[in-house]
Design a protein around this ligand. Structure first.
Ligand SMILES: Nc1ncnc2c1ncn2[C@@H]1O[C@H](COP(=O)(O)OP(=O)(O)OP(=O)(O)O)[C@@H](O)[C@H]1O
Ligand SMILES: [Mg+2]
Length: 355
């Protein structure tokens, strides 16, 4: 069902993403592809694409939703990952791997388990043994990380670069909702970063056109046996600006017999509330007033660097060029705005409402 609001896991529930799904699943089967990155604005289907592509590939895989893991503690996270690896290779094979690594035991909240990973070195040895094991079976293991930016807290990019460089039968797929931070994790522009320069393929989930949203709502309403009129669809398209996540939520409400106006205002109010919470979290340790001003100015159409700078002057606020650049970069990193050519754009129509 298109209107199911959880991130999708089945291809038939995905609207128009066959090409991306197949490309990602197929490229993970190619020997020379070691890492794939899924990019895209918030709520455009990154997690869904990841889930469905993993289910589509015939290879062994593990998906880590980093938010659900102990990402704030390096050792705990390593244990969590080891436990996941155990889950996919099976208890017996896992015990065999460990036999080759002296002094390593793993236990992650599993009283009966026999192992403990104490040192970083041991995790890498585990990867090494895993790689050997996969080689003998002529298999690869895909490890997928959603919300990977959270792992920068524990500097996990070092472990991943070691895996990338040394263990060819282990592949990675990476995504996250704060794209600028994902780029930073990957060290895209930073030659001193551990993952810098590692070749990878990129997939991007894009905002949909009005016509696509129209088709999505028409087909979805047929599946859900609800009627959404052309006029209602037109209004939804205007409000939701091509973000499939919002269109899904609107469709889901309609499928629960909620009338058009009410459904649309619910999406708008709850969506604005959600984006507001995301923004508040971002602002909690930053200069709130300045960031809010910048966002509001951008929303009002002062959306080039020069016009923003002029707004500061006009409002009697001091800002240096480098400060303004920093503010804008931060907003881009956390996916609140994007820069297209020389224009800054608020990525989510509901954030504009929240502002
Ligand atoms: N191609 C699609 N077909 C049908 N529904 C979709 C599609 N892509 C996304 N959705 C729906 O849109 C919503 C957002 O999807 P998802 O969580 O995968 O996006 P995301 O890009 O990972 O979001 P975030 O940036 O918040 O992590 C979900 O309700 C999901 O079911
Ligand atoms: Mg996601």
């Amino acid at each position: 069902m298109y209107f199911d609001t959880a991130p999708k896991t089945r291809k038939e529930d995905m609207f128009e993403m066959d090409y991306l799904i197949d490309s990602l699943a197929n490229s993970m089967g190619e020997k020379d592809v070691r890492m794939a990155v899924i990019k895209g604005l918030r709520r455009t289907g990154k997690t869904s694409l990841l889930n469905v592509s993993l289910n589509q590939t015939k290879q062994k895989h593990i998906k880590i939703d980093v938010r659900e893991s102990p990402y704030y503690d390096r050792k705990e996270f390593m244990l969590y990952l080891a436990e996941k690896i155990k889950g996919v290779v099976g208890e017996r094979a896992f015990q065999k791997l460990l036999k080759h690594i002296s002094g390593v035991k793993v236990s992650y909240k599993d009283v009966g388990a026999t192992l403990y990973i104490e040192k970083e070195k041991n995790l890498l040895m585990l990867f090494e043994q895993l790689n050997e094991y996969l080689k003998t079976k002529d298999e690869t293991l895909i490890i997928a990380f959603d919300e990977i930016q959270l792992l920068s807290k524990i500097k996990f990019e070092y472990a991943l670069s070691a895996v990338y460089d040394n263990y060819r039968n282990i592949k990675m797929v990476i995504t996250g909702s704060e794209m600028g931070l994902v780029d930073k994790f990957l060290g895209i522009k930073d030659s001193s970063s551990p993952l810098f320069g590692r070749a990878h393929i990129e997939m991007e989930t894009k905002r949909l056109s009005g016509e696509q949203i129209n088709n999505f709502l028409m087909l979805g309403s047929k599946q859900a046996k609800t009627v959404i009129t052309a006029k209602e669809i037109k209004e939804a398209i205007e409000m939701l600006d091509g973000i499939i996540g919002w269109a899904t939520y609107y469709g889901w409400l309609r499928s629960k017999s909620i009338a058009h106006n009410k459904a649309l205002s619910k999406v708008i109010s709850e969506g604005s509330e959600l984006t507001k919470r995301e923004l508040d979290k971002f602002l909690s340790n930053r200069k709130k007033a300045v960031y809010l001003k910048i966002l509001k100015w951008i929303a009002k159409g002062y959306n080039s660097w020069t016009t923003l700078k002029a707004q500061f002057v006009k409002n009697g606020r001091k800002v240096s060029d480098s400060q303004l650049n920093l503010y804008l970069t931060e907003l881009i990193d956390y996916s609140f705005i994007e820069k297209i050519n020389k224009t800054y754009i608020i990525t989510d129509p509901l954030l504009i409402r929240a502002l």
